[in-house]
Design a protein around this ligand. Structure first.
Ligand SMILES: Cc1ncc(COP(=O)(O)O)c(C=O)c1O
Length: 387
């Protein structure tokens, strides 16, 4: 049987991983500045995470949500403490799309309304409502099309106010990535996030922070929206939450009341996923990874800004992007093939860095050295031999 061919892949087979490094099946080592697509938060095969999952596996891997699962409460307590939101409620699922699907659905149940505000270049996942709120017609199937979503320009307070002045009473939710990932590392201004908070409060709409990529410590704060000093009503989470074990969830503000049957899932909140997610939070706490991401990220960003060929270096913590000028358009391929470094991309020419939160100065320095060498090499290749 053939695999359904939907991914343009690099011809590399990764056989082993540790910390911020992976090794291919020939034993070649690679530095991972891509974090397996922002998923690796505490480092590949972190020993505490491995041990937590292994121990749990020998006890019980799964039972349905029809019985008490104490690990879910332990996870909720830990998440409440680490995120600084002990009064929020936790609903567990399995992926980022599912988290957003549940967040949007919950907002509609809660308000009894249908209109959702999303933003240009947003990416919220590939399930029906999440993909409808994603600004990429190429991945929206005809059946997912709905007139209930409006895309406003990102960071445009005037457009936001205009929308709420006309449609505030019909608006169920505003959903935003505080840093757009797939959209190319675009950072929301504090003023814009504060305006969303104010207008949602004024009109009884639900503020959904999609923290699937920018959250869980990546920005240097637990939630990226924390940097603007605002509380969302619902936070969606996945990626870094399990460090590679599939787990997602939403944190729900206390004023949104649950009701039996409102949301549900077979696999969400299973024993193994809770063990993995607890291990991640324990390591984040023990190794002070929010501070680590902030410190390494600030230093790395300053170093990147000092490289004149890189344009518009931006981001927060360890979610960093920069634009490549035309003469460096093959930089990512060179970094991978010759310097053995994985990076992420966003169209048309953005390099996205999404490493583990405990990348550290040494590995970040190794990346910078290779980056400078790769840029110099590309410039030499572009210079005619007779000059
Ligand atoms: C901001 C954001 N939201 C949602 C998703 C969807 O997550 P998943 O692929 O786990 O469904 C992604 C994935 O890249 C994302 O970046």
């Amino acid at each position: 049987m053939k695999l359904f061919d939907v991914y343009p892949i690099n011809d590399i087979t990764i056989a082993r991983a540790e910390g911020s490094y992976v090794w291919d099946d020939a034993g070649q080592r690679y530095l991972d500045l891509y974090g397996g697509h922002a998923v690796i938060s505490i480092g590949h095969t972190n020993p505490h995470w491995v041990q937590r999952i292994e121990t749990q596996l020998h006890q019980i891997a799964f039972y349905s949500n029809s019985v008490r699962i104490p690990l879910q409460q332990q996870l909720a307590d830990k998440l409440g403490a680490v995120s600084g939101r002990p009064d929020y409620q936790l609903f567990l699922c399995n992926s980022g799309a599912e988290a957003n699907e549940n967040a949007l659905k919950l907002a509609s149940f809660h308000t009894g309304r249908k209109k959702i505000v999303a933003f240009k270049k947003a990416f919220h996942g590939r399930t029906s409502l999440a993909v409808a709120a994603t600004d990429n017609p190429a991945i929206v199937a005809p059946v997912n099309e709905t007139g209930n979503i409006v895309f406003l320009p990102y960071n445009d307070e005037a457009a936001l106010h205009e929308w709420f002045n006309a449609h505030g009473g019909e608006t169920a939710a505003v959903i935003i990535e505080a840093i757009q990932g797939v959209g190319g590392i675009t950072v929301a201004t504090d003023a814009f996030l504060q305006a969303i908070r104010a207008r949602c409060t004024q009109h009884g709409a639900v503020f959904i922070a999609d923290e699937v990529q920018c959250g869980y410590g990546r920005s240097g704060r637990f939630f990226c929206t924390d940097t603007a000093g605002v509380d969302a009503d619902v936070y969606s989470m996945a990626k870094g939450m399990g460090n590679g074990f599939p787990v997602g969830g939403i944190l729900i503000a206390p004023h949104i009341a649950p009701k039996h049957g409102l949301l549900g899932t077979t696999f969400g909140g299973n024993h193994l996923a809770c063990a993995a997610a607890l291990a991640v939070l324990e390591v984040i706490e023990q190794e002070r990874l929010l501070q680590a991401a902030a410190e390494t990220g600030t230093w790395l960003m300053e170093e990147l800004k000092a490289i004149p060929q890189l344009q518009n270096v931006r981001g927060k913590g360890l979610m960093i992007g920069f634009d490549l000028p035309p003469q460096l358009k093959t930089l990512r391929a060179k970094l991978l093939q010759e310097y053995r470094i994985f990076t992420g991309e966003a169209k048309p020419a953005v390099v996205r860095l999404l490493p583990a939160l405990n990348l550290g100065r040494a590995a970040a320095g190794e990346f910078l050295e290779s980056l400078r060498a790769a840029i110099a090499s590309l410039e030499r290749e572009a210079t005619p031999a007779h000059l």
